[in-house]
Design a protein around this ligand. Structure first.
Ligand code: HEC
Length: 110
């Protein structure tokens, strides 16, 4: 192989392994909104805390956009029974509009 072809191939391979090693980046504005809305006391994007990791939520409902509004209502009013024995208390103070934005973002997480 010529050097001109080896270098891009190496760069590509390196890029792939980096992409596998680190989870895809997260929109900082959304994290800030989640923090302000007090979601992060029970949730993390990548890890299960009291509530499920948000990437797991995205995975569970991938290809089912019809659940979005149901999830918005559940986050707003609280609920349980899907991920284990714990219960999510109501998040009314976060406001339905913020919850709608957050749930839409959570469901779109890669
Ligand atoms: C007091 C802890 C707590 C807080 C605060 C909290 N959650 Fe949760 N959340 C949970 C638990 C526990 C579950 C799992 C409920 C279940 O098993 O049905 C959950 C589940 C969820 C789910 C998945 C629901 C389902 O039916 O699959 C979403 C989406 C979610 N939370 C988003 C949010 C957002 C957005 C906020 C902030 C506005 C938030 N949560 C705040 C504890 C919390």
């Amino acid at each position: 192989m010529k050097l001109q072809t080896v270098i891009p191939t190496l760069a590509l391979a390196l890029g792939h392994s980096l992409a596998l090693a680190a989870p895809p980046p997260v929109d900082p504005a959304m994290l800030e909104l989640a923090d302000k809305s007090r979601c992060l006391t029970c949730h993390d994007v990548d890890e299960t805390v009291r509530g499920p990791a948000w990437r797991d939520v995205a995975k569970r409902y991938r290809g089912k956009p019809e659940v979005e509004e149901t999830l918005v209502t559940k986050v707003y009013e609280g609920g349980g029974g899907v991920w284990g024995n714990d219960y999510m208390s109501a998040n009314k103070r976060a406001g339905i509009d913020n919850i709608r934005i957050l749930v839409h973002w959570i469901l779109s997480l890669p």
